[in-house]
Design a protein around this ligand. Sequence first.
Ligand code: UD1
Length: 419
Amino acid sequence: MGETLVVRGGRQLYGVAETPAAKNSVLPLLAASLLCDGVVRLHRVPRLSDVENSLAILRSVGCTARWTGRDVVIRPGGGLNGLLPDGPVGNMRASVLFAAPLLARTGRVETGMPGGCKLGPRPIDIHLDGLVHMGAAVKWGQQHLVLEAPRGLHGADYTLRYPSVGATESLLLAAATARGTSVLRGAACEPEIVDLAAFLTGCGADISGAGSPVIRVSGVGRLAGTEFSPIPDRIVASTLACAVASAGGEAVIRRCDPFAFAPLLAALKQAGCGVDLSAQNEVTVRRRGALCGIGRVFTGVYPGFATDAAPLLAAALLCAGGESSIEDTVFEHRFSCAAGFAAMGAAVQAQGRTLTIRPCGGLHGTTVTSPDLRGGAALAIAALAAAEPTRIENAATIARGYEDLPALLRRLGARAGWE
Ligand code: UD1
């Protein structure tokens, strides 16, 4: 796979595409495997750079982690070490999820700061504050953070000041084997939290309320291994739906949960797309004529409009006949892709957390730079509406969350590839 993604647009999309397992579910599940005494097998895991990065973290702390066909198999090591490796940790935000389970297992964790998409400030204060309430001591060094809990973690009644997805996952992981009962209030309600709780329960954890703002966890001494199929990726499904909205045509998106990305489907419907829940776990999206603007849209925590889908929807609306504006209430800099949209001829303006999209005279191909994972995918979606080739540089950012985005689009007849 090269670093540059080339899309030759101007062709409508038709066909059937399947949604892979959700990256945002797989990464916490890989972190959760640290808590297990037995073997963990995750089914149909997409080969993403974030997944490879997570496997590198697991190997570095003492686990065996390998691919078996499309599954990933993790065997816990005899003696885990609490030193999280700087390189993989700095590559992605989700590396922070490995700290809590490793602390539970080893009593001491040393880690650099997590990296990931530059979407604005991404503090980890809620992760750390929650862990402190569960008995951890946090020490900041020059480059590293040290977490200590030599006598183990204990349950706590803790209220998150914001329903952070990652912090809810960290604290759920910490609580699963802590001494006593934990109550997490103000927890995130995303489907990936429910999936993590289902996995942990399958390993023997005692959890209720996942998917609601109050999660109760009775800590158990040890967790066993399990086999598990993670939920489908609602952001990849959103990407496919927006690709059809941008290019025109009709596609069936299989193996997805349409209710998990209902706000995105509602926005596309409002813009003039046809959206049919044709069968269980699939949705058909079609666009025949021009789209219209949809006014104001706000992202929010689940079940609101997903922040990750905001640039994807924006890309689909660039050629609409009326105005739309999308405000991301979750991250400060969600619309770094606006510069690429503008270079392609879109009439967009990013101001603060809001992207405004006005009607334009059509898009043209050019060379643009992927600013981040979803911003890069959004540029590819926009490029489907331009007749000339669009070269998207820095496209390794896209491979963090899509196994092979051009191949996925080609399944619907798009002309797209790596260079
Ligand atoms: C996860 C997803 C990401 C998605 C995001 C919001 C994964 C691997 N990534 O990221 O794709 O865009 O949820 O749905 O699942 N915050 C704090 N302090 C904290 C933690 C978060 O202030 O300790 C803030 C963040 O700065 C941000 C907001 O909370 O403004 C949301 O972040 P969070 O829900 O934690 O997102 P992630 O778990 O990083």
